[in-house]
Design a protein around this ligand. Structure first.
Ligand code: GUN
Length: 293
């Protein structure tokens, strides 16, 4: 029987732990974790993500602040806001929702966030710590961190010697995911658009992570029998079967076929997605706890 990994349940247990630890931190040190989320422009998908982050932060007992800036905001104004948030003692986590409008240099903005408040884990300091195995003081990007938790739920904490294939080499998911699996002693291969014979490579994977952003690209016969499949993709595709103009969400993995071969697989929606927000809450709590000393 294939294990369909319920990310909602695991995420809820993470959030519950954060909620309790937050109450303890407030009681013991008088420090309430504060999360500032910054959004520039009106991308509808980004607005949905940002409002769920704010809602979840409140649910955890955090101070939740949202800065919504118009699409034409200049880079200097955004950098000034980040400098203010860096200096604000009530704020422990700063997240600038990506993508930013084209006229703003995202790299410059990300590097302007103080590393100790960079709960996305995108700054050079945190990327470097993850790459050199300084996990205890790093902020690990939320989606790979959440994926790792799901993998450990299925396979246990000892992943030593397993073959892991990560499809996708983004800075947000693919590369940090590969570093986490490497730190867990997996043999890791990162595949991408230039990889030769991707199906054959995928079939070597005990742990297969798909983070390419292409709907249902990874087919059932690419999956090694018994493999753990983590589908990071969230793609909206037309679903005329549900009525004219209707759409539905699918992952990067063709679920029906892959779930026949896999030992365990994350669904879309309800797999990795809820974990991303839960790990953001966990990172913000860690930041506040460090600040409390
Ligand atoms: N846009 C898509 N995913 C993310 C993420 O994890 N963090 C931020 N800041 N923006 C995103």
């Amino acid at each position: 029987m294939t294990d369909i990994i319920d990310g909602k349940i695991v995420a809820e247990s993470v959030v519950e732990t954060v909620r309790r630890a937050t109450a303890d931190l407030v009681a013991s040190h008088g420090v309430q974790p504060g999360l500032a989320v910054v959004i520039v422009g009106e991308d509808p998908a980004s607005q949905v993500y940002v409002s769920s982050k704010g809602k979840k932060a409140k649910e955890c007992g955090f101070l939740s602040v949202q800065h919504t800036l118009p699409a034409e905001t200049g880079e200097a104004d955004l950098l000034k806001l980040i400098a203010d948030l860096n200096a604000d003692d009530t704020i422990h986590g700063i997240l600038v929702q990506l993508p930013l409008p084209d006229h703003i240099d995202s790299g410059k903005v990300i590097q302007a966030i103080a590393p100790e408040k960079d709960v996305d884990g995108f700054s050079f300091v945190n990327v470097g710590k993850l790459g050199t195995g300084e996990m205890d003081s790093a902020f690990v990007p939320c989606t790979p961190a959440g994926s790792m938790l799901l993998i450990e739920r299925v396979r246990g904490k000892d992943l030593s010697g397993l073959n892991a294939v990560v499809i996708g080499r983004s800075n947000i998911v693919g590369k940090p995911m590969a570093n986490l699996l490497l730190a867990a002693n997996c043999t890791v291969t990162v595949a991408h658009s230039r990889t030769r014979d991707l199906p054959a490579l995928a079939r070597t994977a005990d742990i297969l992570v798909a983070a390419v952003g292409r709907p249902e690209m990874i087919k059932g016969d690419w999956v090694k029998p018994g493999a753990t499949v983590i589908d990071v993709g969230i793609n909206r595709i037309p679903a005329p079967e549900n009525g004219e103009g209707k759409t539905r969400l699918v992952g990067d993995v063709e679920f029906a076929g892959a779930s026949e071969a896999a030992g365990a697989i994350t669904p879309v929606p309800g797999g990795v997605g809820p974990m991303t927000i839960a790990m953001l809450m966990a990172n913000t709590l860690v930041s506040a706890s460090r600040a409390a000393g």
